[in-house]
Structures are given as C-alpha cells and as structure tokens.
Write a protein that binds this ligand. Structure first.
Ligand code: C2E
Ligand code: CA
Ligand code: CA
Length: 436
C-alpha cells in the first residue's frame, strides 16, 4: 500500500492529499481504506483517530509556521513507524487517522504517547515530546461503508476527550449505538414535528393540605416507531444542534390548544408550566414568540408558566435575566426549575422577577433528612415566600418526604407520590375530579 502514504506511487491526485503533510486527507484516506479492504482481511485492522496534545501552546510559543513544521516532522515520524500495509491520513490541524494492524495496536498507542522531535532554534535545539489523545475502533466485520473508519474512531476520540478525559478510548457497541440514535433523532426531527409524533404528558401539582390538583407541568414524549422515547434521550442532541427551541414552541402550542379545548368543553383547567431550554435563549425573540403563541390560542396568560433553569455561565445569566423580565412585562409567569441542583444561588431570588421557585428533588432524595437540610430549606422557602414567590417541591415519592417538605413550609408538591406524568386522557380525568 505504499502508494497511499502520499509521497510516491500511484496516487498523484492532489485533491486527495493534505497540503501540509502530503498525507491522504479524508477523501484520500477513505479511498485507501477501500483498496485495503478489497485486498486484505480488514477485520485484522484497528481504525485510529488521534489529536496531538498541546498544539495550541506549541503554536503560541513558536508561531504558526514553526508549528506547521513540527506537525510535518511528527507526521513523518508516524508514517515511518507504520508498516507498508498500514495507512496514515491527516484530516487537518492536529487530527490524524490511521489503519493499524491489530498486532501493532498496543505498540502504536505507546509510540503516540510520546513522539520526540528536535526543533532547531537560534540557541541550539529544542527537544519536544508530543503525545496524543487516541480513539480507536476495532473492525470486527467487513465494512459496509468505508466512512465508518473515520466516524466510529471519532466517536471514541470524542469520548476520550470530552467524557472520560483519558488518553485512549476504544469504541464500544454501546457508544456507537447511542451516537447513531442521536443521528436518527436529528434526521427525523422535523418530520416528527410535522407528523405530531411528539406528545405532551401532564404531571399534576397537588396542594398537600387540601389534596387538590392545582397545576401541572407539560413534559414532552416522543412516540417513535410505536415506542415512547424519553426526553433524556432526544433533548441533549437537539440542544447541541440548537434546534430544541422548535420543540419548546411546539409543546407550548399543544399545551395552549389543550387548555383551550378544556375550557370549550366546560372542564376547568389548571395552570400548566412548560419547559424552555437555556439554549432557547439564543433566539432573541423567545419572549415575544411565547407571547404570540399564547395570544394566538385565545387563552388567558394566567394558565401558562415558563420553566427555566439557572446557569453559571455569565453571558447566559444575563440573557436569562432579560428573558425573565421580558416575560414579566408581558404578564407571563416564570419558574426557576431545579433550584438547588448544581448551580443555584440565593441572589437569584433577589435578582429575578420569578413567580415560582421549584425546589429540586436532590434536596429530598435522601433516606434521612439532616437538620442541615432542614435549616437550609426552611430558610430558602421562607425567603422566597417573603419575596412573594410560590414554592413547589418536585420529585416527591414517599409520605415521609411529603411530611418533611410540609415541615419546611412547602405545600405544593409534584411527584410520583401523587402522580407520574399522565397521558392526555388520564390527565383530563384528573381535571374533572381534582380531589386526591
Ligand atoms: P424536569 O423539567 O426537571 O422535569 C421533571 C422530571 O422529573 C420529569 O422527567 C419527571 O417525569 C420526573 N419526575 C417527576 N416526579 C418524579 C418523582 O417523584 N421521582 C422521580 N424519580 N422522577 C420524577 P422527564 O419527563 O423524563 O423529563 C426529564 C427532563 O427533560 C425534564 O426535567 C426537562 O428538563 C426535560 N424536558 C421534558 N420536557 C421538555 C420540553 O418540552 N422541553 C424542554 N426543553 N425540556 C423538556
Ligand atoms: Ca421542569
Ligand atoms: Ca425540574
């Protein structure tokens, strides 16, 4: 396969080579893999993808030109290390791909752990040791799609860099199926919205003193190929690609329509809260659009509340403050969701004009409640109420949790103790008879 190292042989097509290292680029690499698969047993190979570590620093220290020189030297060393029947490609920047024989897998990992290069400088030579973060995918079956050698090794590399922060990660079937599920979600999303595959479930909020239904939270579910997919699966990828806002508008619309229908049928509704992802704040018209959707449905604004979570990010914090006050001016209620989980501060209570504080279940998700929890919660709830806010605790599953929450001064409860998120029809029955 010597023709594919880009330095000599049959592949003279410059379009297929990286301008800097002369190694195959993505296109050239995939072609080379195709030829390799046609002539040898591909299941004896491992697909590598790796990033050289600390290249940002190197560029800063030596400048881009010397940085490029170093990349060239490293690339040449790697190419020399690999055998004739192995392939090296350069995707760009400090990212490389390689097809390495299984027998060489460990040796190659060790080699990538510390590649030494000598860089001539004005006062001698600088000896650099360059290591890599590595993702690898062991090819177990003949390849259907040559691109998999790049995409599957990339899954492992991303996992190494962003999830486990380890130098080497092997792609597992689990990792790959999760990523492919996320891809499916993104591909089907718009169609699913058009087909109304997303349903809104309603989880009751109950006043534990009077044992009556006083509100509900709208929670989205996706019925995909006859199966119910939970938001924990499809929301993260939609947040990452910035398209979650379409779903949140959709859920709000459905909730407004449902409320309108109940009123038309003479069923007295309760206020419904709807979740807005922090990523929705990227839409500068978020508050205005929410206002428009509620108005278009013809229901009173008192029936809707927008749930948002806090953030440590300063910019997002500013956007959140603007959003909340914008809704306040428009007479639309807001709630701070997950209060007490991860980041949250008492300053929030003072700064934001929110109507409701939603205490996260992590506060009560314990076998025995400590006196410290009790003091903290009592104080928070007392302050929130003194500032005119409603307080609700979510994730309440047991009687002793109800008792504890009551003891610290919170009476409205959302949790499995009273109800799970209910499909439409079950929730309508609750609306018809609000007594628990
Ligand atoms: P969340 O907003 O904190 O919603 C509450 C979650 O807690 C729901 O999970 C609910 O089913 C669960 N839960 C309620 N009571 C209990 C309990 O007593 N015990 C336990 N163990 N869990 C309880 P779900 O429906 O799976 O939703 C998960 C998250 O997905 C939500 O957390 C929310 O962040 C997000 N989500 C759901 N629907 C939407 C939506 O329409 N838009 C956006 N942006 N996010 C949504
Ligand atoms: Ca929520
Ligand atoms: Ca919550």
């Amino acid at each position: 396969m010597s023709g594919f190292d880009g330095h000599n042989g049959e592949n003279k097509n410059e379009m297929m080579l990286h301008y800097l290292t002369g190694l195959p680029n993505a296109g050239g690499y995939i072609m080379a893999v195709g030829k390799l698969a046609a002539t040898s047993d591909i299941t004896k190979y491992t697909a590598f993808q790796f990033n050289l570590k600390g290249f940002g620093n190197i560029n800063q220290r030596y400048g881009m030109d010397r940085g490029n020189e170093i990349i060239k030297m490293v690339a040449a060393k790697i190419r020399k290390f690999l055998g004739e029947d192995e392939i090296l490609g350069h995707l760009g920047g400090d990212t490389f791909v390689a097809m390495v024989k299984n027998d060489n897998q460990i040796k190659f990992c060790r080699f990538l752990h510390g590649i030494e290069v000598e860089l001539p400088t004005e006062n001698g030579v600088d000896k650099l040791k360059i290591s890599s973060t590595i993702g690898l995918w062991e090819i177990e079956n003949p390849l259907n799609d040559m691109g998999e050698v790049i995409s599957n090794s990339s899954v492992a590399l991303q996992y190494a860099k962003h999830v486990v922060h380890q130098p080497v990660v092997k792609a597992t079937a689990d990792m790959l199926s999760k990523v492919s599920m996320q891809k499916t979600i993104l591909e089907r999303y718009h169609q699913a919205l058009d087909n109304r595959e997303f349903l809104v479930f309603y989880q009751p909020k109950v006043d534990s003193r009077t044992k009556t239904l006083v509100g509900a939270e709208g929670l989205v579910r996706w019925i995909h190929d006859g199966e119910m997919v939970s938001p924990g699966v499809f929301i993260p990828p939609l947040e990452r690609n910035g398209e979650i806002v379409l779903l949140d508008y959709y859920v709000l619309k459905r909730a407004c329509e449902d409320i309108k229908n109940w009123i038309d049928q003479g069923i007295e509704p309760v206020p419904i809260s709807v979740n807005f992802s922090r990523k929705d704040l990227l839409d500068p018209d978020l508050a205005e659009n929410i206002d428009k959707i509620i108005n278009a449905s013809g229901i009173d604004k008192k029936y809707i509340e927008a749930e948002v979570t806090e953030t440590v990010d300063e910019q997002e914090h500013g956007e959140l403050a603007t959003f909340i006050s914008d809704l306040y001016m428009r007479d639309i209620k807001t709630a701070i969701d997950d209060f007490g989980a991860g980041y949250s501060s008492l300053a929030t209570l003072r700064e934001f004009q929110v109507h409701t504080l939603k205490i996260d279940r992590s506060f009560i998700n314990t076998e025995d409640f400590s006196w410290k929890d009790e003091i903290i919660l009592t104080d928070i709830i007392h302050m929130a109420k003194a500032l005119g806010m409603d307080v609700i605790t979510e994730g309440v599953e047991r009687q002793d949790q109800v008792d504890f929450v009551n003891k610290v001064g919170c009476y409205v409860i959302q949790g499995f103790f009273y109800d799970r998120p209910l499909p439409y029809d079950d929730f309508v029955n609750r609306l018809k008879n609000k007594q628990y």
